[in-house]
Design a protein around this ligand. Sequence first.
Ligand SMILES: Nc1ncnc2c1ncn2[C@@H]1O[C@H](COP(=O)(O)OP(=O)(O)OP(=O)(O)O)[C@@H](O)[C@H]1O
Length: 615
Amino acid sequence: MSSKGSPRKKRPGDEDKLTFKERLAALRNLPAFFRMVWQTSPGLTIANILLRIAQSAMPLSLLYVGKLIIDQVVLLTKDGEHSARLLWELVALEFIIALLSDGLSRVISLMDSLLGDLFANHTSVKIMVHAAALDLDQFEDSEFYDKLERARQQTFGRTVLLSQALSQIQDLITIGFLAAGLILFNPWLIGLLLIAVIPAFLNESRFNDLYYKLQWGQTSDRRELDYIRYIGASDETAKEVKVFDLSNYLIHRFRIISDKFYADKKRLEVRHAIWGTVFAVLGSAGYYGAYIIIILQTINGSLTIGSLAFLAGSFRQLRTTFQGILIRFSSVTQGAMYLQDLFDFFKIKPKMTSPVHPRPFPNPIVQGFTFEDVGFKYVNSEKWAIRHLNFTLHAGEKLALVGENGAGKTTLVKLLSRLYDPVEGRILLDGVDLREYDLAQLRVNVGVIFQDFQRYQMTVAQNIAVGNIDQTYNQPLIEDAARQSLAAPLIEKMPHGYEQMLGRRFNQGIDLSGGEWQKIALARAYMKDAQLLILDEPTSALDARAEYNVFLRFADLTKNKTAVLISHRFSTVRMADRILVLEKGGLAELGSHEELLERKGKYAELFELQASGYK
Ligand SMILES: Nc1ncnc2c1ncn2[C@@H]1O[C@H](COP(=O)(O)OP(=O)(O)OP(=O)(O)O)[C@@H](O)[C@H]1O
């Protein structure tokens, strides 16, 4: 998942400036952005644009009516006989335009905020949908996490971009109106205007780039900061933080990073403020230059006093609008560059997909699963976790995996359930590569409970139903699963039974012991009628008798099914039909308990070791 070709890869850290061309290039993201906005709500988008077009005619109308009013007043002061009726009509008109303009801007900001909220929700959902489709190993890559993080930031940041981009369009139209008025009276004032605003614009662009670079370079530190904040104040970590007295260390680490953020930002803010002031002074000088020219023309008699007010007003308004546009231009382009992160994230494609024409999943499985010279290493590791692995898991067989820590047991299980694909060799199901079956059908047919299963802060019933989420409301099935995993007696004793909230995060939640959690998690395995059931040490926290009972029950319940179980307890392991001993990612031994004891190899050694502990 390298981001080769992405122009931003080189930026953080190095100081090469972002060229105007690069900034303009970022604008190419806007059409796609507006498509997303449009998909969020076509009605609100159209209404917003129409209202903004109406609003952009308001400043010129106000100024022009203002000019007419002043000219009428001057006329009345010179000639008392003149009727004042037109004057009052004009004043009434100006009042109506002012009210309309105010009303319009309120409705526009309401629409912006509604559209922004909808867009943020829509994008968050899109990100979740996309993240759910990605592969497990993509989540193990820190570069991926940075992308995900930046994409998440986009959802709220982009609502600002939305209203800015729309304001930009509105202001451009406003400028069109105002410039038309100005050109009619004095075309070369426009030139003076450009001189007054362009330096300020360049300055703002430069600082926007610097802010972007600063933020970009801080992404992974920011993740660390969030993580420290989380472990510093979370129900899940509070226990360890206290016994190891970690809080001072965490606070210290937090301070170091956040102080650095503050110092970097402050340096930039101060520079920005200084340069901003310098260019604002230049802009004002331009404005007053133009003002003097208009005043001189009025004294000459070539302009009326109304026109003086109109031109000065137009010029001032043009300058602010222009400056607004130019300053916003750089933040719009900056926003458009940030959008690239969002689109980059959407471009990450899962590698593990279903084939276009998948084979129907065998039901029942006839031969079983065959590992053919399977090798696998994790993306972030150089070491083979499994290599040259050959064996067959026969249909209907109960296979136990045994091996020391890090031998590759969990990795084997992940390959079997297609959370990963082999890097070398292949896994066959009934003689056909596992990759040729539909992934969703495979998930339905293979049930896995991992040693590090999730403890969801949800009700007991929901915690069990995650094993087959389509059956969330199938209470008899949930209760049946709980009986099979031997969790039922425990649940019946809880104050709210199956509706009991677990974990302490939410109201009235209770926490369970490790073994109690495991019994609940085990019930997930019985929620669906999977043909292959895998239990990866989910019973390690059960006492020896409870684990024995669980597996006795497991063997009974999986009579016609294929099952793989991992356990470090040999009293459990010996119940399996065959035992596969893994050593450093390779097959060391394979056979029944008796056969392996007879062979006096690794298994016998480990078995004796454990047995001697009980003597
Ligand atoms: N996500 C990962 N990224 C990189 N390396 C990993 C990852 N998961 C496991 N490994 C490495 O792969 C090897 C096999 O790990 P695996 O989890 O399969 O062992 P295991 O036999 O299940 O161990 P245990 O009995 O401790 O659960 C180990 O060397 C481990 O360090």
